[in-house]
Ligand binder design. Structure first.
Ligand SMILES: CC(=O)SCCNC(=O)CCNC(=O)[C@H](O)C(C)(C)COP(=O)(O)OP(=O)(O)OC[C@H]1O[C@@H](n2cnc3c(N)ncnc32)[C@H](O)[C@@H]1OP(=O)(O)O
Ligand SMILES: CC(C)C(=O)C(=O)O
Ligand SMILES: [Mg+2]
Length: 516
């Protein structure tokens, strides 16, 4: 099986992402993690770009032992000198010389004819050979270069001693079939391509960087270039973790391997994201927060029965901890029951049905349901006994110059009809409570002795819990209500307290009758 070399350019092409600027220490930290990840080449920077970049390449080369450290360089002496300055003490350095070969770049950017360009390649490579034994040559914008001229360029670079030939799709323009075809053509037309490493370097302008890299592997390349999290110029480079996991997961299809330590992927991704400030979207393949999560009930049920139903890789294969499913409005009973069990709240079938209904109501109002939400949901019910009244709905009307008025609908236990009442109050909550007082039969006036609100969970759509303390004669009861809406939580808490009060009164009455 062919082994594919991984050339990581997070610290060079990745750093070319607009707004990203890594300090020397940050580059060293990332380079050490890339070494742990098992990449074969670390392109640490472009030494001629600035004294800081030159120093960064030098510092990376000092500490990295198990990968070749590389600097980019234009096909000019000054850049090669700067690269040598930064890499002369490195154990196994790589010089990466590039020059653009496509008609557009030749004419407008470089102002060079084909012959002048070939002369630049010859001149720069022969100069660089005095210093470096390992040289990679890249034909920038190879993808838009005339195929026959590209063959001439590659032939020239091989003759001049390049050990690696890289043919980038610099502007992410090619389709996978075209890119693969380009490599097949070069392998067929240029002598000695089997003696060098043929490399692919793809950009994601049309979202095809990874597909193009994989197509290049099918066409016989032995090195893939890319960045962690796919960061880089414009839409970025091929995401190395995606290429490597595709090869691993579909080894049957690609028939190649790498020396990558997959279980370091998650940690590397987090480090690069943190130090570059480039946020990884939740749905990003392999390293996105949702990449191994399932929210919908049918998927959760499938995964609980057999992971393979909806997972083609395991989180542990990239060094990611297994996290419980996200619970939300698409979740189903199976996952709900299992999550409650995991949280230490096993429930009977009957109870699951009651709780699940309430869970769906809550999920309709809240993006995702946290474990604290679930516990709050269960505990609210766990502490409850018989419910004489259930809150169906309420409506409020208020404004800066009007008296708040509440309309409340309650369902009374054992009765089909819903009762409805309205009342005014000093504020919205007072209006709701006064309306409920009118609807329930508590004989005498009830005193609201305490009212508290506190957040149960976090975030903008957090659950809030309201607790109310009611007093009547010698009786004191506490009612609780949990909701994403404080008025709703207040109404629920008040109804809960009233139910408790009525239960206590009933119990006391039964006790008196027994004693009599
Ligand atoms: C596809 C890629 O990712 S290529 C790498 C891109 N990365 C970078 O450019 C980051 C680092 N770059 C830099 O810091 C600066 O551009 C430097 C230091 C390299 C050069 O800066 P300056 O001397 O001010 O030149 P500037 O960047 O404005 O223009 C580039 C010059 O290099 C020439 N050039 C571009 N590529 C090459 C090449 N591969 N070989 C030789 N000359 C080249 C251009 O034609 C232009 O030359 P001109 O001044 O004669 O017109
Ligand atoms: C310098 C080269 C390899 C490059 O980054 C590109 O062509 O995209
Ligand atoms: Mg590039």
């Amino acid at each position: 099986m062919r082994t594919i070399q991984i050339f990581d350019t997070t610290l060079r092409d990745g750093e070319q992402s607009p707004g990203v600027n890594l300090s020397i220490d940050e580059k060293v930290e990332i380079a050490l993690q890339l070494e742990r990840l098992g990449v074969n080449v670390i392109e640490a920077g472009f030494s001629a770009a600035s004294p800081g970049d030159l120093n960064a390449v030098r510092e990376v080369a000092k500490v990295v032992r198990n990968a070749s450290v590389c600097s980019l360089s234009r096909a000019v002496k000054g850049d090669i000198d700067a690269a040598w300055e930064s890499l002369k003490d490195a154990e196994n350095p790589t010089l990466h010389i590039f020059i653009a070969t496509s008609p557009l770049h030749r004419q407008y950017k470089l102002g060079k004819s084909k012959d002048e360009l070939l002369e630049s390649i010859r001149g720069s490579l022969s100069y660089a050979r005095q210093f470096f034994s390992r040289i990679e040559f890249s034909a920038e914008d190879a993808g838009r270069t005339e195929r026959d001229f590209l063959a001439q360029v590659v032939d020239c670079a091989i003759r001049e001693g390049a050990k690696v030939i890289n043919l980038p799709d610099t502007v992410g323009y090619l389709d996978p079939d075209e890119y693969a075809e380009m490599f097949r053509y070069i392998r067929q037309e240029v002598p000695r391509t089997d003696e060098i490493i043929l490399s692919a370097h793809c950009h994601d302008d049309l979202g095809m960087a990874v597909a193009n890299s994989l197509a290049a592997i099918k066409a016989g390349v032995t090195q893939i270039e890319g960045t962690i999290n796919g960061i880089g110029e414009r839409a970025g480079n091929a995401a190395i973790e995606e290429v490597v996991m595709a090869i691993r997961t579909r080894e049957d299809f690609y028939q190649v391997k790498t020396t990558f330590r997959h279980e370091e992927i998650a940690r590397t991704s987090r480090l690069v994201s943190k130090l570059t400030g480039m946020y990884v979207p939740g749905n990003k393949a392999i390293v996105g927060e949702n990449a191994f999560d399932h929210e919908s009930g049918i998927h959760q049920d499938g995964v609980l029965k057999h992971r393979g139903t909806y997972e083609i890789m395991s989180p542990s294969s990239i060094g990611k901890e297994e996290v419980p499913f996200t619970m939300g409005k698409h979740s189903g009973r199976h996952a709900f029951r299992v999550r409650l069990e995991q949280l230490g709240y096993p429930q009977s079938d009957e109870r699951i049905n009651v709780l699940f209904k309430r869970f769906k109501e809550l999920a309709d109002r809240k993006k995702s349901i946290t474990d604290e939400d679930l516990i709050a949901l269960v505990e609210e019910r766990v502490h409850k006994g018989e419910e004489l009244f259930q809150l169906e709905s309420f409506h409020l009307s208020y404004g800066s110059h009007s008296v708040p008025t509440a309309t409340v609908r309650l369902r009374k236990q054992g009765e089909d009809q819903i009762i409805e009442e309205a009342a005014c109050g000093n504020g919205s909550i007072d209006a709701i409570f006064k309306t409920i007082d009118r609807m329930v039969d508590v004989d005498e006036e009830v005193e609201l002795a305490d009212f508290r609100i506190h957040g149960v969970t976090q975030g903008k759509d957090a659950l809030g819990e309201v607790s109310v303390l009611l007093k009547q004669d010698q009786l004191t009861v506490i009612g609780r209500g949990v909701s994403t809406d404080i008025l709703d939580a207040s109404a629920r808490a008040y109804v809960d307290a009233i139910n408790r009060l009525l239960r206590r009164k009933k119990k006391n009455q039964q006790q008196l009758e027994l004693e009599a």
